[in-house]
Design a protein around this ligand. Structure first.
Ligand SMILES: CC(C)(COP(=O)(O)OP(=O)(O)OC[C@H]1O[C@@H](n2cnc3c(N)ncnc32)[C@H](O)[C@@H]1OP(=O)(O)O)[C@@H](O)C(=O)NCCC(=O)NCCS
Length: 293
C-alpha cells in the first residue's frame, strides 16, 4: 500500500492543467508534449501555488517534490540538512567517487556541508521566487531547479536519501567553442563565461547534468527515469532548456547508457582528457537537443 503522503495521485496532468488554465483565465495551458506521458501530478489542496507546477507538495511537511515518472516511490526534493552526513560515505565509495571529477576525495563532512549550503540556498531562493510570483499569469521561467535530492519513499511514509541530480551551466568550455571538433584549453574560461552570462531561459544556453546514485540502488533504472523526469518535467518547461551536453569518464558505461536511453548522442570521446583525482582520465561527451529525440 502506498504511504499516506505518497498516495496515488488523484488528478492527471490534464486535470491539473485545466485547473491552472481556469485560474489564470486561459483556455489552454501549454505543456511540452512529452509531459503528458505516463505522468500524474497531485496538485490538489487548498493553497497550492500554481507556480510550483509540476512539483507536488507533501501535505504533512509542505515540502515540494517531483515524483519520478516510472518509479512512483522515488521522489526528488530540495536538499535537507540531514543529507549532509549521508553524503559523506557515498562520496568516499569507489563505486561513486571513481566516476565523479568534481567532488574532492577524501570527502569530508565539511565538503558535504559546503555543498549543502550552496544547493539549499539556491533551492530556497528559487522557491521564494515561485512564492513571490504565485499570482502571476503563466508559469515563470527559473534559472535552475529547486529540487535535486533523490529519495526513496518507504511504506511507512519515511524516506531515505539515495542520490543527487542537478543542472549546471556546461563546464567543458574547452569543447564548447569548437563544436566538439577539438580541444581549446586557451579559450575555455571565456567560452564558459559567455555561456554563464546568458539570461535564464535563453535557448542558447548549453546546460549540463551531474548525478550520482547510492550503489544499493544501481541497475534498477532509477537514474534513467530521474534524468527523464527532471529534464522533461522541469528543465524544458520551467528553465527553457533546449540544449544539454553531459560528460562522463570513459569506462562509465552505466552513465553513458542512462543518457543514451534519454535520447543523448555521443559527440566526442577522448582517452586522455585531463587529470582528475591524480589520474589521467578520458571523457565521453553526449549531446541532447530539444525536439531531436
Ligand atoms: C551512473 C549511474 C548514475 C547509473 O544509475 P543507475 O540508476 O544505476 O542506472 P540505470 O539503472 O538507469 O541504468 C541504465 C542502463 O545502464 C546499465 N548500467 C547501469 N550501471 C552499469 C554499469 N556499471 N556498467 C554497465 N552498464 C550499467 C543498466 O543495466 C541499464 O541498461 P539496460 O537498460 O540496457 O539494462 C550510477 O551507476 C552511479 O551513480 N554511478 C556513480 C556516479 C556516476 O557515475 N555518476 C555519473 C557521472 S557522469
Amino acid at each position: 500500500m502506498a504511504p499516506e503522503n505518497m498516495k496515488c495521485p488523484t488528478r492527471t496532468v490534464k486535470d491539473a492543467c485545466r485547473g491552472l488554465g481556469k485560474r489564470w483565465g486561459i483556455k489552454r495551458l501549454f505543456l511540452e508534449p512529452s509531459t503528458a506521458y505516463d505522468s500524474t501530478v497531485n496538485t490538489v489542496g487548498m493553497g497550492y501555488n500554481p507556480q510550483l507546477y509540476p512539483l507536488e507538495v507533501n501535505p504533512t511537511t509542505g515540502e515540494p517534490f517531483l515524483r519520478l515518472r516510472g518509479h512512483h516511490n522515488i521522489i526528488i526534493t530540495p536538499p535537507r540538512p540531514e543529507d549532509v552526513p549521508a553524503m559523506v560515505p557515498y562520496h568516499n565509495d569507489p563505486r561513486i567517487c571513481e566516476y565523479l571529477g568534481g567532488p574532492p576525495f577524501p570527502y569530508t563532512l565539511a565538503h558535504a556541508q559546503s555543498f549543502f549550503d550552496i544547493t539549499r540556498s539556491l533551492s530556497d531562493r528559487l522557491l521564494s521566487q515561485l512564492e513571490d510570483t504565485k499570482d502571476q499569469r503563466g508559469l515563470v521561467i527559473l534559472e535552475n531547479c529547486p529540487v535535486r535530492a533523490i529519495r526513496e519513499v518507504h511504506e511507512d511514509g519515511s524516506d531515505t536519501f539515495i542520490g543527487d541530480i542537478g543542472f549546471m551551466r556546461c563546464p567543458i568550455g574547452e569543447l564548447m567553442g569548437t563544436n566538439a571538433a577539438s580541444l581549446d584549453w586557451e579559450n575555455k574560461t571565456i567560452v564558459e563565461e559567455r555561456n554563464n552570462k546568458l539570461p535564464a531561459g535563453d535557448p542558447n544556453i548549453i546546460w549540463s547534468i551531474g548525478d550520482f546514485l547510492a550503489p544499493s540502488h544501481h541497475g534498477r533504472g532509477i537514474m534513467t527515469e530521474a534524468v527523464r523526469t527532471i529534464l522533461h518535467d522541469w528543465g524544458v518547461p520551467r528553465m527553457g532548456i533546449r540544449h544539454v551536453w553531459v560528460s562522463t569518464f570513459t569506462g562509465n558505461d552505466g552513465s553513458v547508457k542512462v543518457f543514451m536511453k534519454n535520447g543523448f548522442k555521443l559527440i566526442y570521446t577522448c582517452d586522455e582528457h585531463k587529470e582528475a583525482k591524480g589520474k589521467m582520465r578520458g571523457i565521453n561527451v553526449l549531446e541532447w537537443k530539444y525536439g531531436e529525440s
